[in-house]
Structures are given as C-alpha cells and as structure tokens.
Design a protein around this ligand. Sequence first.
Ligand code: PA5
Length: 461
Amino acid sequence: MTIRIDYTNMMAGAVSGGLAPEVWAEAAAAFAGARGVFTERRARGELGFIDLALDGSGIADLLSFADGAGQAFSDVVVLGIGGSALGPIALRSALRSTSWNALDDEAREYFPRLHVLENVDPVTVASVLGRVELGRTLFLVISKSGGTAETMAQYLIARGRLEAELGKEFKRHLVFLTDPARGALREIARNEGIAALEIPSNVGGRFSILSPVGLLPAALIGIDVRALLAGAADMFSRCDGDELASNPAAVFGTLQWMADSRLGLRNHIIMPYSDPLRDFGGWFVQLWAESLGKIKSDGTSVGPTPIPALGVTDQHSQVQLFMEGPRDKTVTFVAVGERAVDLEIPKLHGDIPELSYLGGHTLAELLDAERRATAAALSQRGRLNMTITLDSIDAHHVGGLIMLFEMATIYAGALYGINPLDQPGVELGKRYTYALMGRPDAVDARREWDAIPEPEQRWGV
Ligand code: PA5
C-alpha cells in the first residue's frame, strides 16, 4: 500500500504566504507535546478505534453472519445518524463497485442493496420503506448511546411496520449495534432476545467506522473488511512514531493546525478527485468538525471548519471562491494513482480544435490533469494546498486513509488543547428537543426552554 502526502504547497518556498521555515521549525516541538497527550490517552484506554484495527477478533463472527443469514435478504437498511451513518455511507460509496469484481469467484453469489437512513425527513423514510420488501429486508439499528431520538424514531417506525406485516417473525429482521452495557437498545435486545452486536465502550460514534458500525454493513455488501482493517493497521504503524517528518498523521494534523493558528486559514477543504471518495468527504467533515470545534478550558473557542468539495465538479463551483475569496482556507486534494476503470476519449472532430486535443487521452488523465492544474493555480495565487495520493481505491488503501485521518484528529486535538473525543456542544439542542417532544425526564430542560424570553418583535416576513 502506498499513501503519500505532498505538502510542498503549504510551505513558503513554494507558495507566497506559506508556512515559513522558522514557523515549521517550531512544529516538531509542538508535535512532541501532542504525542505525549496521545500516549497518555492510549495508556488510559481511550483510543479504542486503534484496537479495532489491530485486533480483528470479532471479524470471523461478523463475516459468518454476512455470509450466512445476511444472504437471505435483498435489502439492508441502516438506521442511524452522525457517526452511525456516515461510516457505512463512505464505505459503500468507496468500495462497493470494486468489491463486486474482486469477490466474483468467491462463495458468495449475492449481495443485498444497502440503504442508509441518516435523517428523519419523512419523505426519505417513507420512500425507502415503500421501496423495500419487508419480508426480505434486514434493519441494522445503529446507535452507540442506544437512545438517540432520530434513530429511535426510525426504529419505532420500522419495527411497527415489521410487526404489522410479519407478526412474530419480525425479530429476524432486526440487528442492534450498540454499547455493550448501556442504553435503551441494549435493554430491549436483552429483554426480547433481539440480535445485538457491540460497539466497544471506548469507541465514540465518529471513530466507529472500523467497528461493526461500518464493518457489518460493509461485509453484507461484499466489501473486503479484513483488507480494510489490515490497511488501517499498516497506517497505524506509520502514524505511531515520535518523528514528525515520517508520521503522515502528524504531518497532516500539525500543518492544518499551524495554517489555522498561525496564518488564520481556518477553513479546511477536503477535495477528492474521485466519485467513489465523495462521501469520504462527509465522513471527514464530521470527524474534523465534531472533534475539534470546542471551547478550551480558558474559555476561548477553537476549531477549523471543514468543507467538502469534489474534483473536478467543484472546479465549476467552489474553486472560484477558493482562488479569489478570502484567504482563509487550505485545500487538501485526494488523488488516485490507478482507477478501477478508465475510458479512452475517441479521436473525433479532428477539425475542431476545442474537441480534437482531447482525443487519445483518457478520462482518468483528464481528471488528474485538472487536479494538478488546480493545485498549481491555487499555489500561484498564494492559496495553501496539499495532496494525499492513494495508489488505488481498494479496501486496504481506504482503511489506511481512515486511520490517517483518525490519528491526525487525535494529534490536532492535542495541538488545539481540547478533548477531541467528546461533543458537549450538541447536548443543549438535544435537551431542548426532548423538552419539545415531551420526554418525561426532560422536565428541567422544559423549564429552561419556557424561561427563554420571547423576542419582543418577530422579524419574519
Ligand atoms: O460522533 C458522535 O459521537 C456523534 O456524531 C454520534 O455518532 C451521533 O450523535 C449518533 O449517536 P449514537 O450513535 O449514540 O446514536
């Protein structure tokens, strides 16, 4: 596996206004501090996402379920939100199409369709439930806490329909993925004998993609989950070193943090030049935003704003802003060496120069030329950018990319001086939602809600 980071265009030598050598010289000392924090967290057992990659002990059960009972279904519907949905979506987009070919000659002949209900918009929920045949559908109810309002609402609707249509058989169509001990889902599973897999207690939602949260849906649609874990484990060994220069996660995390804290480049764009990696952007956005956007102990707010973009599509949209808008961004391109397929552009219209130059090239060449051209153009305008190149998009490389960003997030959290593993900022909104929806234990929240003064004048039109 090769995943390389080229950060030439982050530095002053290549880009005017880039990180100056004397600033970058401070990075090693800053990273040494971050590495210390990482080591303490690891020793306290807080970084369970690493163990997921290093210890594949649960994989055999998961695969035997996917290969056995899993094949009885034509559709799998994931019910979840946040980290419980974005991981399965990213894996499906990145790896599903190639898996069909890679596993062609293996025992499994049939893979179900995978739907992920990551929201509670009734239009989508009704449409997915209306499309699937319930008797041939498996619902994976994914919630680490086991009580998230959106996921529970999806579950109640799905269960209601299953019970109405299948009677006592309904249990065969439900698998819960939740905390080993806590939460309503765990209790229901225990009381009613519904199948339930464990999300380790030291693995939070946005770090759960390599737990059963991502791996079970992936295995059900034929993705090579062993290769995913092996890729992640290989990358972990590269990211587990003290030396900044040879540690890709340290380089990524430290550069982004320095660009933000020293140069005011607080918007971090992730821009894969690859349709299969489009949803990887959404997964990264949650990881970077929910982990790093925090109030520090001294009361100051920190955190970069991650922005997803797609090459080349966004060259005809956001790139104008990246080139000429406020100089407050870094762009991370994700390039792909070898694509699963390529198409040659035929040599037609030899007499029309606007078309004839394309003939004989391939679409992959065009995609890559546009990426290189955009990186160079941004650099010319003093816009900092870096490129992460994957040799190819397969389970091994995707596992590696996941671990690279997870480790970078932990290092960046230490550099910003915050806890990247919690999300206290989303709690208040949740409590008010409980109050508005009448949850019995939300009495205090209701009182707080009622005490919020009504604005004297409403400015709606
Ligand atoms: O990263 C996180 O912890 C969150 O984004 C959660 O994934 C999200 O809130 C869903 O939580 P749960 O899995 O407990 O339903």
